[in-house]
Design a protein around this ligand. Structure first.
Ligand SMILES: Cc1cc2nc3c(=O)[nH]c(=O)nc-3n(C[C@H](O)[C@H](O)[C@H](O)COP(=O)(O)OP(=O)(O)OC[C@H]3O[C@@H](n4cnc5c(N)ncnc54)[C@H](O)[C@@H]3O)c2cc1C
Length: 269
């Protein structure tokens, strides 16, 4: 088997190819159409992305002046909501409302790694989510402004320390990494209906794909984004097992199982 790159290179693989791309990109764009059973293509129509991310990056003249000094030494801070606030925020996101008080994950990069910016300064970023289907443009900028407001609330004087600020809208994130489709950083929603044997689509809940020797190792595979590296680890283990002592048997069982799932539309295994 082989992989053809966009620049015209062909990379031959003796045993396995592990695809680190989102499931729709693999099955719709990268594989030849004839290799993907029609039912799998139909299932992908129901594939749900996770909510788009808006990321704000700051260069600060000094560390963030947190009201709670205990926060100063943390590499990562969750900001903006207590339990009730989280429910309100999730309600906004799921009902298509631009959150007035965004809940965010904030990274204090220089706090975590002193080489990130000159001594005495701070390099920080925060990201939060837009509801699905909301236009990227003005809404992403409005949400980014609210991110600053929330940080200011928890760290009075924060804004005075900002030397430079850059916002990455969902489309900017996708332009930087084609895996972040519409700014989705999790490789697809991790709600229950797209977990375990339902990830990325029902019936394909393993790293093995419909093509013999091809494995899905991106966050679109089980267990999804946020479980650092485990998707790739599972794919690598599956590839090794397929070439281990019981490899031939394992491959036959996988092929039989996939043929059962895609009975009416044969796979390319
Ligand atoms: C700002 C931000 C903050 C995050 N914070 C956290 C966090 O705190 N905790 C957490 O668990 N997760 C976090 N995540 C999510 C986590 O980074 C992702 O879930 C994870 O990186 C996904 O891994 P992946 O291997 O599927 O894809 P990626 O890490 O995106 O790797 C895919 C690689 O393949 C390349 N690629 C894609 N398509 C093609 C193609 N067609 N041809 C060639 N190359 C291609 C991409 O450029 C990229 O280099 C965050 C993500 C972002 C953007």
């Amino acid at each position: 088997m082989a992989v053809h790159t966009a620049t015209g290179r062909t990379v031959r693989a003796r045993r396995a190819v592990i695809a680190d791309v989102a499931a729709p990109a693999l099955y719709r764009d990268l594989l030849p159409a004839a290799a993907v059973p029609p039912r799998l293509r139909a299932d992908l129509e129901r594939f749900a992305w996770d909510t788009p991310v808006v990321k704000v990056n700051w260069a600060l003249r000094a560390p963030i002046p947190w009201g709670n000094p205990g926060t100063a030494g943390a590499g990562t801070v969750h900001v903006g909501a207590d339990e009730r606030g989280l429910v309100r925020w999730a309600g906004d996101i799921e009902s298509g409302v631009l959150p007035a008080t965004p809940f965010m994950l904030l990274g204090q990069m220089t706090t975590a790694d002193a080489t990130r910016s000159p001594a005495g300064t701070e390099s920080a970023w925060a990201y939060t989510h837009l509801p699905r289907g909301i236009a990227d443009d003005g809404n992403a900028d409005r949400l980014a402004d609210r991110v600053d407001e929330v940080v200011e609330e928890f760290a009075p004087g924060f804004r005075d320390r900002v030397l430079h600020r850059a916002v990455q809208r969902p489309r900017d994130l996708q332009a930087a990494d084609p895996n972040l489709v519409h700014g989705a950083v999790g490789g697809g929603t991790m709600q229950l209906h797209q977990q375990l044997v339902f990830r990325p689509v029902p019936g394909l809940g393993r790293a093995e794909t419909v093509v013999d020797g091809l494995y899905l190792g991106s966050a679109s595979a089980h267990p999804g984004g946020g479980v650092h590296g485990v998707c790739g680890w599972i794919a690598a283990r599956a590839a090794l097992a397929d070439h281990g002592m019981l490899g031939a048997l394992r491959r036959r069982v996988t092929t039989a199982a996939l043929e059962l799932v895609y009975r009416d539309s044969p796979s390319a295994r």
